[in-house]
Design a protein around this ligand. Structure first.
Ligand code: FE2
Ligand code: FE2
Length: 134
Protein backbone atom coordinates (compact mmCIF):
# COMPACT_ATOMS: atom_id res chain seq x y z
CA UNK A 1 0.00 0.00 0.00
CA UNK A 2 1.15 3.51 -0.71
CA UNK A 3 1.80 5.32 2.55
CA UNK A 4 2.52 8.65 0.97
CA UNK A 5 1.72 9.76 -2.56
CA UNK A 6 4.07 12.23 -4.22
CA UNK A 7 2.24 15.25 -5.61
CA UNK A 8 3.16 18.75 -6.72
CA UNK A 9 1.81 19.95 -3.36
CA UNK A 10 4.95 18.50 -1.82
CA UNK A 11 7.24 20.34 -4.21
CA UNK A 12 9.54 22.81 -2.46
CA UNK A 13 10.31 24.58 -5.75
CA UNK A 14 13.91 23.35 -6.03
CA UNK A 15 14.47 20.28 -8.22
CA UNK A 16 17.53 18.90 -6.47
CA UNK A 17 15.57 18.59 -3.22
CA UNK A 18 12.32 17.47 -4.87
CA UNK A 19 14.21 14.61 -6.57
CA UNK A 20 15.56 13.42 -3.20
CA UNK A 21 12.09 13.64 -1.65
CA UNK A 22 10.55 11.59 -4.44
CA UNK A 23 13.14 8.88 -3.89
CA UNK A 24 12.53 9.04 -0.11
CA UNK A 25 8.77 8.64 -0.61
CA UNK A 26 9.50 5.67 -2.92
CA UNK A 27 11.59 3.89 -0.27
CA UNK A 28 8.97 4.61 2.40
CA UNK A 29 6.37 2.95 0.15
CA UNK A 30 8.70 -0.03 -0.39
CA UNK A 31 8.93 -0.41 3.38
CA UNK A 32 5.14 -0.35 3.53
CA UNK A 33 4.96 -3.06 0.84
CA UNK A 34 7.48 -5.22 2.69
CA UNK A 35 5.42 -4.93 5.90
CA UNK A 36 2.06 -5.53 4.20
CA UNK A 37 3.23 -8.58 2.28
CA UNK A 38 4.64 -9.96 5.53
CA UNK A 39 8.23 -10.21 4.40
CA UNK A 40 10.58 -11.72 6.93
CA UNK A 41 12.56 -9.66 9.41
CA UNK A 42 15.73 -9.77 7.29
CA UNK A 43 13.91 -8.43 4.20
CA UNK A 44 12.15 -5.68 6.16
CA UNK A 45 15.46 -4.85 7.85
CA UNK A 46 17.11 -4.38 4.45
CA UNK A 47 14.49 -1.84 3.33
CA UNK A 48 14.61 -0.15 6.73
CA UNK A 49 18.38 0.23 6.44
CA UNK A 50 18.03 1.63 2.94
CA UNK A 51 15.45 4.14 4.17
CA UNK A 52 17.58 5.26 7.10
CA UNK A 53 20.79 5.58 5.14
CA UNK A 54 19.08 7.48 2.31
CA UNK A 55 17.37 9.77 4.83
CA UNK A 56 20.69 10.51 6.47
CA UNK A 57 22.33 11.18 3.08
CA UNK A 58 19.46 13.46 2.05
CA UNK A 59 19.66 15.48 5.28
CA UNK A 60 23.39 16.06 4.75
CA UNK A 61 22.65 17.01 1.13
CA UNK A 62 20.15 19.69 2.22
CA UNK A 63 22.51 20.93 4.91
CA UNK A 64 25.38 21.21 2.37
CA UNK A 65 23.16 23.27 0.06
CA UNK A 66 22.10 25.55 2.95
CA UNK A 67 25.72 25.94 4.03
CA UNK A 68 26.93 26.70 0.50
CA UNK A 69 24.31 29.37 -0.14
CA UNK A 70 24.23 30.84 3.37
CA UNK A 71 20.70 29.91 4.42
CA UNK A 72 20.22 31.55 7.85
CA UNK A 73 17.88 28.70 8.90
CA UNK A 74 20.64 26.09 8.72
CA UNK A 75 21.03 25.64 12.48
CA UNK A 76 17.32 25.17 13.23
CA UNK A 77 16.73 23.02 10.17
CA UNK A 78 19.68 20.78 11.04
CA UNK A 79 18.30 20.39 14.57
CA UNK A 80 15.05 18.94 13.17
CA UNK A 81 17.08 16.50 11.09
CA UNK A 82 19.11 15.42 14.14
CA UNK A 83 15.92 14.86 16.17
CA UNK A 84 14.48 12.58 13.49
CA UNK A 85 17.73 10.61 13.11
CA UNK A 86 17.79 10.04 16.88
CA UNK A 87 14.19 8.81 16.95
CA UNK A 88 14.77 6.61 13.90
CA UNK A 89 17.93 5.13 15.45
CA UNK A 90 15.94 4.26 18.58
CA UNK A 91 13.29 2.51 16.47
CA UNK A 92 15.99 0.61 14.59
CA UNK A 93 17.54 -0.54 17.87
CA UNK A 94 14.14 -1.85 18.99
CA UNK A 95 13.64 -3.58 15.63
CA UNK A 96 17.04 -5.26 15.85
CA UNK A 97 16.20 -6.39 19.38
CA UNK A 98 13.26 -8.32 17.92
CA UNK A 99 10.36 -5.91 18.36
CA UNK A 100 8.33 -6.87 15.27
CA UNK A 101 5.84 -4.03 15.80
CA UNK A 102 8.41 -1.42 14.83
CA UNK A 103 7.99 -1.25 11.01
CA UNK A 104 4.21 -0.82 11.18
CA UNK A 105 4.59 1.77 13.93
CA UNK A 106 7.27 3.56 11.98
CA UNK A 107 5.20 4.05 8.82
CA UNK A 108 2.63 6.57 10.14
CA UNK A 109 5.31 8.25 12.24
CA UNK A 110 7.62 8.78 9.22
CA UNK A 111 4.75 9.77 6.97
CA UNK A 112 3.63 12.50 9.39
CA UNK A 113 7.15 13.65 10.18
CA UNK A 114 8.15 13.81 6.52
CA UNK A 115 4.98 15.57 5.41
CA UNK A 116 5.24 18.26 8.10
CA UNK A 117 8.98 18.70 7.63
CA UNK A 118 8.69 19.03 3.84
CA UNK A 119 5.70 21.39 3.91
CA UNK A 120 7.06 23.65 6.64
CA UNK A 121 10.84 23.46 6.97
CA UNK A 122 12.06 22.19 3.59
CA UNK A 123 9.60 24.53 1.85
CA UNK A 124 11.38 27.57 3.36
CA UNK A 125 14.75 26.16 2.33
CA UNK A 126 13.49 25.45 -1.20
CA UNK A 127 12.27 29.03 -1.50
CA UNK A 128 15.57 30.37 -0.18
CA UNK A 129 17.59 28.25 -2.62
CA UNK A 130 15.34 29.05 -5.58
CA UNK A 131 15.91 32.74 -4.86
CA UNK A 132 19.65 32.51 -4.15
CA UNK A 133 21.12 29.86 -6.42
CA UNK A 134 22.13 31.44 -9.69
FE1 FE2 B 1 14.11 17.14 3.00
FE1 FE2 C 1 15.03 18.99 5.73
Amino acid sequence: MTVLEWSSQLSVGFDEIDNDHQKLVGILNSLSDAVETRQDVAAIGTVLDELLSYTSWHFRHEERLMQTYGDPELFNHKQEHEDLLEQAAALKTRFEAGDAAVPAEMLPFLKDWLTHHILETDMKTGQFLAANVA
